[in-house]
Design a protein around this ligand. Sequence first.
Ligand SMILES: [Zn+2]
Length: 367
Amino acid sequence: MQKHNKNSSVLGILPPHILIALAQNGNEHQRRTALQTLSHDQSIRTSRMAHAMLTYRNVPGHQTLASDGKLCRTVHDAHCSDHLPGDIVRQEGQHPSHDHGTNEAYDCLGWVHAFYLQAYMRNSIDNEGLPLNATVHYGTGYSNAFWNGERMLCGDGDYDLFNRFTCCLDVIGHELTHGIIECEARLAYLGQSGALNEHVADVFGCLIKQYAHHQSAEQADWLIGQGIFTERIHGEALRSMKKPGSAYDDRLLGRDPQPSTMDCYHHTMEDNGGVHINSGIPNHAFYLAATYIGGYAWERAGRIWYEALTDQRLSATTNFHMFAQHTLKHAQHLYGQESREHQAIRQAWEQVGIVRQERIFAGSSLY
Ligand SMILES: [Zn+2]
């Protein structure tokens, strides 16, 4: 396992295009809080890149490892400041606090840990029992949530358009999965490899929510960040894996820009080359594959993606096509060339235009 990764630079769950739209279209308060969040994100990004140069073992506080899969959570409260870590408000095994954000963060950390342990036998983020820490009430009107390389930072939202960021398990799952991606893969946070970084975080964020709710692929909503918007925003979530481009359509935020196929790939310099935009394409492929296979998506489609993520073969320049081939190789290895899983995944990548249609499957179509 890699212990450090110089490529990591993750922007938090809220993509910059949403904050930029708010800074352009919002009222005075909305503009101010959007700009504050953007500038805050920049400084976190800088310190995070410095942190990524360290190994986890060298980071103070990471020396006590729970080596046997035991859960070890600590939630701090920054009291609407950016002083870290903040005061300890709940530790492993303690009773719930009266603060919703604290309890939500504690529960989310627990679900993420349980998911990775039970679904893939993974012992926390580093697979060596890293204790899971979060700081809630981070910043003033801060509309984002981050894994900063050491802990989850959760803002309370702007009290206007965004709810507190601890309310969405998939958001916390997405962010903690960025920590796993840092440990396991060298996907540069730029262009297609960056969109794959976002994609993998969305896949497991979504699967963690489905696991917690015992939802099959057919039952799940496949939304990321459902509940993050207040009723003042016309939209149901930040992203949709089922129907990329349909998550919101709002006067202030504009329209969800995610494409679902390569025909609509965004060539842009913004957002590190559209990492939060073009991730819609592999996201949709995963949704298609998981629903073609059916059942609990983390069991087979998720297992194949997990193997692809953790076999140490993803590099800074892995692109969509290479990643697709990689998942096909794992599907074949795990389930066989003629398996439903292998065919479903091939058909999904073909449908979004990442893998060219090369052959007609024997027997009936999976569509
Ligand atoms: Zn992300």
